[in-house]
Design a protein around this ligand. Structure first.
Ligand code: HEM
Length: 460
């Protein structure tokens, strides 16, 4: 392994700290890219983590079936009582499998199809509001996050949080999430510090950071909803008090995971895709033409498979997933029972190994013009979907993928079938592109956000 470890990063965690925490912030991803350019497709990025950049090797790391994969506690909030016992943060393969299997059927393709009318209802609610806002400026991120938040909260807790009715849409929630997620890179270096902060009661947290207090309030709100559902619905044999997995606090951490994982990722993908289409006259016209033919009557119900059959819309969704970087980061996994062989290198079992989604999606060998928005490439080469890893793969891949895909199709189709909009005062390098890696891809931290001006309804 000499070539792999022959760099300063392999010697000390301070190297990663320098790029991700201080004096730079959230920039290690781009340094890792440089390390690969210098040392090849496999490098040590700190004393314990091996990073590979090879799209063809991705599914060997992120796999399922009999291959066990633990998470790496150095990266996650295992010790925090909030979040810590949700499936995303569950270290052990078998415990994770058990927790995840409890939710699998609720997020199957079939469930997503059954839920589609509720998604359509919420998209129509957003469109009605936007129609009334003709001539006004709308913050795209906040509006899309209101949609995705109301979809996921309605599904998980039986009652939407009502952000679509909020004057500022989901601004409060997004500000909190963006503030909160920035502790992740610090959490890698000092997990005990972050876990303590995460578990502070909201009335103490407010003194440290308003974002932490809002997050605390949100967690308590989820807990209250779960307790209400338990009191109303659960029979004693269904919910034994001794069963730790079904205790309200444990379920709250799962609720937090769904809300956090299901809102920002999908909202960012919707916003970036909308922006990219508004920027490209050609792409926008192609999509509108296809939608016009596929949906001559705007209000007719359309099933998800019908949407998915639209070639250009599907290509737009794929390209949006590629360029939005809902999740941008490296997610280390640990093989528990097998060594991994990568080319001439043998990676011992127990070693955390990973790839970064951003680096794959921006690899010019796969997308020759990585920064361009070109839906056509998915039509010209349908095999390219092999390298679309936006939802990752394997046992730890996205549980909400079917729901997210349903939201993307329904929202994009009805939005561009219904409304004329134009980009307003948005600077791509600052407000759109992923320039910070905080697990989720984030734009410039001083960004004013993507904005659009609503011009009115599509004629016809
Ligand atoms: C475009 C939207 C979305 C993208 C790009 C996305 C992407 C991802 C990725 C890459 C992972 C794996 C993270 C890792 O390896 O640590 C993940 C996990 C997860 N996602 Fe999504 N996601 C999206 C929407 C959703 C939605 C709508 C939900 C709804 C509940 C959701 C729920 C989850 C959950 C629960 C996990 C953890 C799975 C596990 O640990 O087994 N996601 N997502």
């Amino acid at each position: 392994m000499t070539e792999v470890t022959d760099n300063l990063a392999a010697l000390t965690f301070w190297y990663e700290f320098y790029y991700d925490v201080y004096p730079n912030q959230f920039q290690y991803l781009w340094k890792i890219k440089q390390l690969h350019e210098q040392y090849g497709p496999i490098v040590c990025i700190n004393p314990i983590h091996i990073h590979i950049h090879d799209p063809d090797y991705f599914e060997t790391i992120y796999t399922s079936g009999t291959h066990k994969r633990n998470r790496c506690s150095w990266c996650m909030h295992e010790g925090a009582s909030s979040f810590g016992s949700g499936m995303l943060e569950t270290m052990d393969h078998d415990l994770h499998k058990m927790r995840r299997s409890a939710g699998t059927s609720y997020f199957s393709k079939r469930s997503a199809q059954e839920l589609a009318p509720s998604v359509v209802g919420k998209v129509f609610k957003l469109l009605d509001r936007l129609k009334n806002d003709t001539g006004k400026i709308v913050n795209l991120n906040d509006a899309m996050a209101a949609l995705t938040m109301d979809v996921i909260s309605g599904y998980c807790f039986g009652e939407a949080m009502g952000y679509l009715e909020n004057p500022e849409y989901a601004k409060e929630w997004l500000d909190m999430l963006h503030g909160g997620i920035q502790i992740r890179p610090i959490g890698r270096q000092f997990p005990w510090l972050i876990n303590t902060l995460l578990d502070l009661p909201p009335w103490i947290a407010v003194y440290l950071s308003p974002a932490a207090a809002i997050m605390g309030e949100l967690h308590l709100g989820i807990l209250r909803r779960i307790e209400k559902i338990r009191d109303e619905e659960a029979s004693p044999d269904k919910l034994k008090a001794t069963d730790h997995e079904k205790k309200p606090h444990r379920l709250m951490t799962e609720g937090q995971t769904f809300v956090a994982a299901g809102t920002e990722t999908t909202a960012r993908t919707l916003s970036v895709t909308t922006y990219s289409l508004l920027k490209s006259m050609d792409g926008r016209e192609k999509l509108k033409e296809e939608l016009w033919k596929g949906l001559p009557e705007r209000t007719l119900p359309v099933s998800l498979p019908q949407w998915e059959a639209l070639l250009y819309l599907s290509a737009v969704i794929n390209e949006g997933l590629r360029v939005a970087h809902g999740v941008s980061s490296r997610q280390p996994l640990i093989t528990t029972h097998e060594e991994l062989q990568y080319e001439q290198w043998t990676i011992p079992r127990g070693t955390p190994v990973m790839e970064s989604l951003y680096l794959i999606h921006m690899d010019p060998d796969i997308s020759p013009e990585p920064f361009a928005f070109r839906p056509e490439c998915w039509i010209e080469n349908p095999k390219l979907t092999k390298y679309l890893f936006a939802f990752s793969r394997g046992s730890r891949g996205c549980l909400g993928m079917n729901l997210a895909i349903s939201e993307l199709y329904v929202a994009m189709a009805y939005l561009f079938r219904t409304l004329e909009m134009e980009i307003y005062n948005t600077v791509e390098a600052r407000d759109v592109l992923t320039t910070n890696d905080c697990f989720v891809g984030m734009k410039d931290l001083k960004s004013d956000d993507m904005k659009v001006k609503v011009l009115g309804e599509v004629k016809g």
